[in-house]
Design a binder for this molecule. Structure first.
Ligand code: NI
Length: 169
């Protein structure tokens, strides 16, 4: 496993649409291992492969609370089969937009289909933080960031703040 660099805005790679994974093989599992290690080190609760510069439809996540045992999760080629009409707001952040948080409104429940770490196809219902996180990460696969859901002014301010942080680092 290896730590990878997390790209931040306005890196143009983050705007790329990620391509489907043809087969969940050892190379994809090695990518997922690196992603998980990188996410834990950040620390974060979700990461899409494009955020480490690999535009493939792969997501890792761990929603365990502090003090709980780790619950690593892997999503390959995730699709949303159904989304509730009911929406819910959540104050989101993103490792590619460090230290910026703002409220985004998304469907409160979704039904997913994806492939697991072993390449098995499964369906699962998501709600609460899981629903927020998977929709946020799946946006990354389309080149969409949570700040793209905000007003243009807020988005430009966020990018400006991140640029300043990068310069100061
Ligand atoms: Ni993100």
């Amino acid at each position: 496993m290896a730590l990878r660099e997390i790209l931040v805005v306005p890196n143009p790679v983050l705007k790329q649409v990620s391509t489907r994974v043809e087969a969940v093989d050892d190379a994809i599992r090695a990518l997922m291992d690196d992603m998980l290690e990188t996410m834990y080190a950040a620390p974060g609760i979700g990461l899409a492969a494009v955020q480490i510069g690999v535009p493939k439809r792969v997501i890792v996540m761990d929603l365990a609370r502090e003090g709980e045992e780790a619950q690593p999760r892997y999503f390959v080629n995730p699709e949303i089969l159904w989304a509730s009409e009911e929406t819910a707001p959540y104050e989101e952040g993103c490792l590619s937009v460090p230290e910026i948080y703002d409220e985004v409104e998304r469907p409160a429940q979704v039904k997913l289909r994806y492939q697991t770490y072993q390449g098995e196809t499964v369906e699962e219902d998501a709600e609460g933080l899981f629903a927020v996180c998977i929709q946020h990460e799946m946006d990354h696969l389309e080149g969409v960031l949570f700040i793209d859901h905000l007003s243009r002014l807020k988005r430009e301010q966020a990018i400006k703040k991140v640029k300043k942080q990068v310069k100061a680092a």
